[in-house]
Design a protein around this ligand. Structure first.
Ligand code: C2E
Ligand code: CA
Ligand code: CA
Ligand code: CA
Length: 277
């Protein structure tokens, strides 16, 4: 159909991949109005004792024709068009409401469960971020300390003092701030001190080398160094992408505080959280 002298290999995802960026971008606003988005939650686990600490909210698009699309398919487009602001607002409100329900039902034992929500750079620059977040928390009745906002290291180091102020205000109110995908953004390490973060989320690329037996000795040293630096700066360390028990054991031995990954649980519907860990 594309003309002569061409071939294409079939792949099970080809239908999904073939959806054009244009098509997705065009349908984003209607999808938001039509409630086609939903959130899956992935447990965050304390490495010390394996207990459930909370969950990260991960958005998905249930597309009427193309099935469930992951965030990598549409978040960059939503960022580009600015629709990430209303979409992110919806995710925040929904996730905070969900965390409140977990707390009311006493899920996770005596310590109240937390919820982590991803923030795009666009949201960081939005003038009403602080006010809106405070309103959402108050309306739901969730303590600020039960919310953690995840901002990528790259977005955080690009932000100037004006752009960091809202995060600092939220941190002062007790909201947790996590430096997401840490290690991929080439931070000037001394720079870390000026960021209003409470948690460092170590990117999955650092934990991959710890899956092997024996572990990659350089990766071990790097993680050890990052953990010790983070702890010196009074940041807690969460590791992402933990897929095996050997990785979990090594990361615990290296002093990581919390973990997230398929070894513990895959992202799933909110009802699944109580049985997740
Ligand atoms: P992220 O913040 O790094 O989220 C973790 C991603 O790793 C998730 O992908 C999760 O499903 C995946 N993952 C978790 N455990 C494992 C594991 O053990 N092994 C492997 N290989 N992968 C694992 P997902 O759900 O596709 O999300 C992709 C990215 O989309 C997220 O990366 C985040 O940056 C972004 N995102 C998701 N939800 C939102 C949102 O509501 N707002 C914004 N702005 N971004 C979002
Ligand atoms: Ca994240
Ligand atoms: Ca991450
Ligand atoms: Ca990541």
């Amino acid at each position: 159909a594309a003309g002569g002298n061409r071939f294409a290999l079939a792949d099970p995802d080809s239908d999904a991949r073939a959806i054009s960026r244009h098509h997705l971008t065009h349908h984003l606003p209607a999808a938001l109005r039509g409630a086609e988005f939903f959130i899956e939650y992935q447990p965050l686990v304390a490495m010390r004792d394996g207990s459930l600490e909370g969950a990260e909210a991960l958005v998905r698009w249930s597309h009427p024709r193309h099935g469930v699309l992951g965030p990598d398919r549409f978040i960059p487009l939503a960022e580009h068009t600015g629709l990430i602001v209303p979409l992110g607002r919806w995710v925040l409100r929904e996730a905070v409401r969900q965390a409140c329900q977990w707390q009311v039902r006493g899920i996770g034992g005596p310590r109240p469960l937390k919820v982590n929500v991803n923030l795009s750079p666009r949201q960081l620059h939005h003038p009403e971020l602080v006010e809106e977040t405070v309103t959402v928390l108050e309306e739901a009745g969730l303590p600020p300390s039960s919310l953690c906002l995840e901002v990528t290291e790259t977005a955080m180091i690009r932000a100037d003092e004006n752009e960091l102020r809202p995060l600092r205000e939220l941190a002062d109110l007790g909201v947790g701030i996590a430096l997401d995908d840490f290690g991929t953004g080439y931070s000037n390490l001394a720079n870390l001190r000026r960021l209003p973060a409470s948690t460092l989320k170590l990117d999955r690329s650092f934990t991959l080398g710890l899956q092997r037996a024996p572990a990659d000795p350089v990766d071990l040293k790097i993680v050890e160094g990052i953990v010790s630096l983070a702890h010196t700066l009074e940041l807690s360390v969460t590791v992402e992408g933990v897929e095996t028990s050997i990785q979990a054991e090594r990361l615990r031995d290296l002093g990581c505080d919390s973990a997230q990954g398929w070894y513990y649980a895959r992202p799933g519907p909110p009802e699944q959280l109580p049985e997740a860990v």
